[in-house]
Design a protein around this ligand. Structure first.
Ligand code: PLP
Length: 260
């Protein structure tokens, strides 16, 4: 049997889609988490057909199959944090939210993905509703970009007002990323239910990337799993992600892959 003296690593469970180009989704999660000296447990929520330019198809994994994987891993392994990316369907998002509600002690970092950088819509209205009504309440940190926050809370102009709704739902942190703003420097804003407001500025890198949001959310989950306080974890994850983008490499004809 196993050696009780063997060293351990924080385990980060990932509920994300598979990207066969290896830039986003589970491949991004696993490599980013490994790079923080943590161990990733990958549970696919959806299978996608995509290349480094854009997504072509998304096929949800059966919710029962997700649940069986989730339950078995959790029964076997002490999980330090959970990263949630695309869920594949509104039904999957609700099922995942129900599963997460049973383990409130484990921090959940949710990337509310709406659209791939190539333009493909990964979350339609029912998925947005499921995220807003179920998934956010069981999340500890929500990591939206500006488009995603606006899609989740249409009509709420001020990000601080939208964050207040997130806090009221039970999620205590919002890391609003500014990569999609087009501005230089990129401004990321961390808002906390405790009144925290921290702006970080990063020089804009002049390239198009595939999997940057997944890299940030997964490395953040790992830093939280390592035990850092949220503002410190957010700083480490941003610095790591910026360096991955700065060193990004080409694997296909589309966007660059972060060097995780
Ligand atoms: N594919 C999967 C499985 C994803 O999870 C995501 C984003 O979360 C994407 C594609 C889109 O990634 P990007 O916008 O970085 O190209």
């Amino acid at each position: 049997m196993s050696d009780p003296q063997a060293p351990s690593r924080p385990v980060i469970l990932c509920l994300s889609g598979n990207d066969p180009s290896g830039g986003a989704g589970l491949a991004a999660d696993i490599t980013a988490i490994q790079a923080q000296a943590c161990h990733a447990c990958p549970i696919p929520t959806a299978v996608t057909v995509q290349d480094t330019s854009d997504v072509r198809e998304i096929h949800p994994v059966d919710a029962d199959l997700i649940e069986r994987q989730f339950q078995l891993v959790l029964a076997d392994t002490q999980v330090s944090a959970i990263k949630v990316g695309i869920c594949g369907s509104a039904g999957n998002a609700r099922r995942i939210a129900n599963l997460l509600a049973q383990i409130p002690e484990i921090p959940v970092i949710t990337d509310p993905v709406v659209r791939a950088s190539g333009g493909f819509e990964l979350s339609r209205q029912p998925m947005l509703d499921a995220m807003r009504e179920h998934l956010i309440a069981v999340s500890s940190v929500l990591v939206p970009n500006q488009d995603e926050l606006a899609a989740l809370y249409p009509g709420i102009e001020d990000p601080e007002d939208a964050a207040a709704v997130v806090f009221a739902a039970g999620c205590n942190w919002v890391l609003l990323t500014g990569g999609d703003s087009g501005r230089d420097p990129v401004e990321n804003l961390l808002l906390g239910a405790d009144g925290t407001e921290l702006v970080s500025r990063w020089p804009r890198l002049n390239a198009a990337f595939h999997g940057s949001g997944c890299t940030l959310a997964a490395s953040l989950a790992a830093q939280i799993g390592l035990g850092l306080e949220i503002p410190d974890a957010v700083h480490q994850a941003q610095a790591y992600t910026w360096n991955c983008l700065d060193q990004a490499f080409r694997s296909g004809a589309g966007r660059l892959i972060p060097s995780r």
